[in-house]
Design a protein around this ligand. Structure first.
Ligand SMILES: O=C(O)CCC(=O)C(=O)O
Ligand SMILES: [Fe+2]
Length: 210
């Protein structure tokens, strides 16, 4: 993916930003309509579909086609909250953004700065992950990307409409599914596993919106 991106002409990131975000957004990007974003976005979507942790945590209903972005030469993205509903112009559908994802495509050693900083009720958290790692966070969070003062930070970003809109409910289901998966490995024949798996599905049935 980096081989292709390193040869692609980037565009100004402000074209897809709302009025508040446009004030603070200084980066380059490829929108979901760009052929390179479409080609590489498919790879990202396939990888997401194979990743059990992602599927269990996000419970994805719709995924906004991945964009690609690049911060370099002091590029940054100041504090903002992502747009709540995004139109997928290429597919004629709309995605409510419950979760935001950043898939890092540059190694942390390639650039200085560029941390993704998210604010939640417990304060600020910074993520600057190895290439190939993904951070998924509630789209309701205020977040920013610190200025990149050396090198270039390349990433793929996307949004997920989850089957379960509420973070608190999704978190409970994720915890429960993680525990069930562990039990399935160690005590698959325990009778209570059937019952607990049933509870998981019945909670999901209660909370899922299609
Ligand atoms: O580049 C990132 O990690 C996040 C970008 C971002 O917040 C956005 O495009 O809304
Ligand atoms: Fe954002």
């Amino acid at each position: 993916m980096r081989g292709v991106l390193d040869q692609t002409q980037w565009e100004d990131g402000r074209v897809t930003a709302g009025p508040q975000a446009a004030q603070v957004k200084r980066n380059l990007q490829l929108t979901e309509e760009h052929p390179v974003a479409q080609q590489l976005g498919e790879i990202v979507l396939k990888a997401l579909g194979r990743n059990e942790t992602f599927l269990s945590a996000a419970l994805p209903h719709k995924v906004f086609p991945p964009l690609f972005n690049c911060y370099t030469g002091g590029g940054q993205f100041g504090m903002h909250v992502d747009t709540a509903v995004r139109d997928v112009r290429t597919k004629g559908l709309r995605v409510r953004t419950d979760l935001s994802g950043t898939l890092f495509l540059s190694a942390p050693e390639e650039y200085d700065g560029g941390e993704l900083v998210m604010e939640d009720t417990y304060g600020a958290h910074a993520a600057k992950l190895p290439a190939g790692d993904l951070v998924l966070y509630p789209s309701t969070s205020l977040h920013k990307v610190n200025a990149v003062t050396r090198g270039a930070r390349i990433a793929s970003i996307f949004w997920v409409q989850s089957l379960v809109r509420e973070d608190s409910q999704r978190t409970l289901l994720f915890e429960m599914d993680s525990a069930l998966q562990k039990l399935n490995k160690t005590s698959a024949d325990h009778a209570s596993l059937v019952q607990l798996t049933g509870v998981y599905h019945n909670l999901l049935r209660r909370w899922a919106e299609l």
